[in-house]
Design a protein around this ligand. Sequence first.
Ligand SMILES: [Zn+2]
Length: 121
Amino acid sequence: MKNLLQPKYILLFIFCVAAFFLLRKQFEGSHDVLIAGDQSNALCPVHHTKLRLDTVGIYIRKDEPDSAYFALQRRSFPLALDTFYLLEWFQDDEHKGLTRAQVWYCPACRAAKKLFEQGQS
Ligand SMILES: [Zn+2]
């Protein structure tokens, strides 16, 4: 037991602790997904279907769609959520590395949105 208190073992121990923190930090940096709370029991207010979990890209939306589009979205596909829009990027260190976000979406909403977009073009 006395051998373990030699300086080289203490240095080794400090090194291991430092390595653990450095590696942990690096590992956390690879988590670029914003985690969503569990909504597996929630239902779509329009289609009354169970929501599913997906991971979508995060984008900054500079130009807001007009209010007519928002009204249609609310009525026909409120939970399509095929993209996660932000007005500006996260300011804090914890979130600025994020590129994707988990979303709970309604499959029927996505289908409705797709139909709407096909009708537009
Ligand atoms: Zn829906």
